[in-house]
Design a protein around this ligand. Structure first.
Ligand SMILES: [Zn+2]
Length: 409
């Protein structure tokens, strides 16, 4: 079939209209979850969907769904969308691109009179950002069973206002079940990094999410007076920790481009200018998209840290405290995205996501994949965030093709 394109002018106009709700003077967006501006954006989306003939339903955690019927209404729907909420004083592309493109996909199918076997549901997830209510990805977490509904409804902002009361106040405390079965989920989003930009690629076929492992590392030496004891007799835990920080950088670089290794916390409990540190605590953060490589890198780092300590007469203890396994997206949905990009002639490449998205939750319950488009210099969560009209339209074309493929039996 020939490559179908979305309506550029309509997509651009819709992006401009939705961006005006909560617009900041410097071209950004301030639209915190369940605020008055979020209500305004939700109302706008609801009206557009209703007018286009896509009935809107709202679930108990405020997620909005708009349905384009399929030939077989009993079939599980293909879910497409993202989020309309933003970080404070942030950009107008992070989230809305995926929602507005989803609406454009459904309208283009209507324009061309294309019927799909499965229904297509557009989704606007509640509180993706976690800026106003912690944690982020809250309502997709309820959808995927990661959080109880009552937990999500009871979250409070800094003023003690709850999600439940704000949903009630803005008219989005829905009655639809907060979880239901879908056949697949596809989310279009800006990359928020520079991989696509540097490779001059238009479309990112997102392979999944990187795994993250954090370990508390305690280095033990001996607290002694900074004066009397000769240098070569001291057991300085901070010297060991300093070498560990450098080893972390070295091994991170040695495992480029996929690995990230960071020591972002370090404390010296003795905290005195005249005590040779007898103990240092640090946190080692290791990230990698591949589970086996993540394990290997972690083992390599721990071996190196032990060696450093052995040479300095120190000892070391490791305490794991955060471990998120990498998520690998569904191969079939990724293939829909890749072949669509090839059919359209858009340069594409595979890359993992290094930021959290609702797809991370949905991937646990349904075949899921994401499409990335470039954003200028990787700047995001910032008023200067920018994506071109052409790239947004290209992303919408790919969302259209992938959705169509997923919605046919
Ligand atoms: Zn986002």
């Amino acid at each position: 079939m020939k490559a179908i394109k979305v309506n550029r002018a309509r997509l651009k106009a819709a992006m401009e209209s939705i961006s005006a709700v909560g617009a900041t003077p410097r071209g950004g967006l301030h639209r915190l979850a369940l605020s008055d501006k979020d209500k305004e954006a939700r109302d706008m989306l609801r009206d557009w969907c209703t007018q286009a003939g896509y009935p809107v339903r709202v679930d108990r955690i405020g997620n909005m769904y708009a349905r384009r019927a399929g030939r077989h209404e009993g079939e599980l729907p293909v879910l497409i969308g993202s989020h309309l909420d933003s970080q404070p004083m942030a950009g107008r592309f992070d989230g809305p691109v995926g929602v507005i493109a989803a609406l454009e996909v459904m309208k283009t199918l209507d324009d061309l009179g294309i019927a799909t076997d499965r229904p297509i549901d557009l989704v606007n997830w509640t509180n993706e950002e976690g800026a106003r209510f912690q944690p982020p990805l809250l309502a997709s977490g309820v959808f995927a069973g990661a959080y109880e509904l009552e937990f999500a409804l009871s979250r409070q902002d800094n003023d003690g206002v709850s999600v439940a009361s704000e949903l009630e106040r803005i008219g989005y405390a829905g009655t639809h079940p907060a979880s239901f079965s879908i056949s697949s989920y596809i989310e279009l989003h800006i990359e928020q990094g520079v991989v696509l930009e540097q490779a001059h690629a238009t479309i990112g076929v997102v392979s999944g999410f990187v795994g993250i492992r954090d370990t508390r590392v305690s280095v033990f030496g001996e607290n002694v007076h900074a004066g009397p004891l000769a240098m070569h007799l001291r057991k300085d835990a901070l010297i060991g920790a300093a070498q560990m920080v450098l080893a972390a950088q070295e091994l991170g670089l040695a495992n480029a481009p996929d690995a990230r290794v960071t020591v972002g916390r370090l404390s010296v409990p003795s905290d005195s200018h005249s005590i040779v540190p007898g103990r240092v605590d640090l946190v080692l953060d290791v990230r990698h998209p591949d589970a086996a490589s993540l394990d290997a890198l972690q083992a390599q780092l721990e071996d190196r840290f032990r060696l450093i300590c052995a040479k300095l007469g120190l000892s070391v203890e490791f305490e794991p405290y955060w471990n998120y396994a990498p998520i690998v997206f569904d191969p079939a949905v990724r293939e829909h995205i890749r072949s669509a990009a090839e059919q359209h002639g858009y340069p594409c490449l595979d890359l993992p996501s290094r930021a959290g998205h609702d797809a991370l939750n949905v991937a646990k319950v349904a075949p899921t994949a994401m499409i990335f488009i470039p954003c200028l210099k990787g700047i995001s969560h910032n008023e200067a965030e920018f994506a071109t009209d052409e790239d947004i339209a290209a992303g919408a074309d790919i969302l259209l093709a992938a959705t169509l493929a997923a919605a046919m039996k």
